[in-house]
Write a protein that binds this ligand. Structure first.
Ligand code: UDP
Length: 409
């Protein structure tokens, strides 16, 4: 069920001034002037679902406003290809997942088709994540600058998965990771640039209380008890089943509700299976609301995050988790696993609480429900931390500096 809210607000560069200050906006204008005439082509594997598509959908129009000629395309692949890339994604995150010789040939075959058919143009080709990594084979032919932007936690990949993609990675002119811990011994320049959220997008802008109420009513979520919320694709690595188990422990002592809001991504074939397991674990419990939300439901996600008493991100592996910046921007207290890029956002006991397993997740949620003043303080600190570090304006600046550095290399 989707409450169809119209996209009502298209932010202009100047609209960000009251959030980040005039200096930041002027800086962006100066940098964009230096890139004038350059064409940047972004390529990833999906236009919708997941953090990369979320970021690009806001970044590319903002670049246009700045006069930077940025474009966005996606590689094409069938179910078999995305099954392999999902395995690869999990293995690069360190999950013990075997990639068979047949998987490798599916990957190479589909990459070859994309190499032949995808229009590749521009001064900088900006490839996001492992799915399109092999497009670099076109580098010789084009002689442009190529950057590989890895959005996942690459700190402990399985040996086989890293050996598989590394020969492509080293051909790039530069690699970008979200955190220094994800870097590798590479003979190419490496840059560290964390992701960001757009504070003025439908997903993050202020909402009227009536809008929040309407969304809760639409999804039949009563407002009688504290609301624990996790927003995430139905993916094993987001551990939605673990969230339900933690929630059940919390509810043994504090009456509350759980909302698991998720969707699917066109490049993720596992979500139906995970959703089935989640429904099984919820077992018809009327305090557990499992919402399968269609793509583009940004106001709905925003409203659910704003309605939350505590927001959870119990990921087992995580590149960054935009959902945490989204929650903190709304000044919400967050309980999140101490994995991957999450500690960049959640400093334990300063901008949220970090947890390590189901039990500590449950204990942290209880602590926040029992101490609303402390929860509020953490949320407010978190909002300021996001304002300073994880907004789109900082990200645009970092990317423009990156493009300038790589272009002149
Ligand atoms: N998201 C969404 N609908 C959903 C689930 C997630 O719009 O049903 C959004 C979420 O708000 C965030 C992005 O998808 O903007 C997920 O990015 P994140 O970095 O948290 O995780 P990823 O999916 O990339 O692993």
């Amino acid at each position: 069920m989707n409450v169809s809210f119209q996209k009502t607000y298209q932010a202009k560069l100047e609209d960000y001034e009251h959030i980040v200050g005039r200096g930041s906006i002027e800086e962006l204008k100066t940098l964009s002037g230096k890139l004038s005439g350059k064409v940047i082509l972004n390529i990833n594997s999906t236009f919708s679902g997941g953090g990369v598509a979320e970021i690009l959908s806001h970044m590319v129009p903002m670049f246009s406003q700045l006069g930077v000629n940025a474009h966005w395309d996606v590689i094409r692949g069938d179910k078999a290809f995305f099954k392999v890339t999902k395995k690869l994604h999990n293995a690069l995150h360190g999950k013990d997942e075997q990639i068979s010789p047949e998987d490798m040939s599916i990957f190479k075959e589909t990459s070859k088709r994309n190499i032949e058919e995808l229009p590749l143009y521009g001064d900088i080709i900006f490839i996001h994540d492992p799915q399109p990594v092999a497009l670099i084979e076109r580098k010789k032919e084009h002689g442009r600058k190529w950057i590989w932007r890895c959005h996942i936690d690459l700190s402990k990949p399985t040996k086989a998965s890293w050996s598989f993609i590394q020969p492509w990675v080293v051909q790039y002119d530069a690699a970008v990771f979200s955190a220094p811990a994800f870097s590798h011994r590479l003979h190419i320049p490496q840059f560290f640039i964390p992701p960001s959220i757009d504070p003025l997008s439908d997903k993050n802008r202020e909402l009227l209380p009536e809008t929040i109420d309407a969304v809760l009513a639409e999804y039949a979520i009563p407002t009688d008890k504290p609301l624990i919320v996790q927003v995430s694709r139905f993916d094993y690595l987001k551990d939605p089943v673990g969230v339900i188990q933690a929630f059940k422990q919390v509810r043994n002592s504090i009456d509350c509700r759980l909302v698991l809001a998720g969707g699917t991504a066109t490049d993720d074939p596992e979500s139906d299976m995970v959703l089935a397991e989640v429904i099984d674990e919820a077992d018809g419990d009327s305090d557990i609301h499992v919402l399968s939300i269609p793509p583009g439901s940004d106001v709905e996600i925003n409203a659910l995050q704003r309605a939350a008493t505590v927001i959870v991100q119990k990921s087992l592996k995580e590149g960054f988790a935009l959902t945490i910046s989204e929650a903190l921007w709304k000044a919400k207290p967050v309980v999140a696993s101490a994995v991957g890029g999450i500690p960049l956002q959640v400093s334990h006991k300063l901008t949220g609480l970090l947890s390590h397993n189901i039990e500590s997740t449950a204990n942290a949620i209880k602590e926040l429900l029992d101490n609303p003043e402390y929860a509020k303080w953490l949320g407010e600190n978190g909002r300021e931390h996001v304002r300073r570090n994880f907004l789109i304006t900082r990200h645009l600046k970092d990317y423009m500096l990156l493009f300038l550095a790589v272009d002149r290399s």
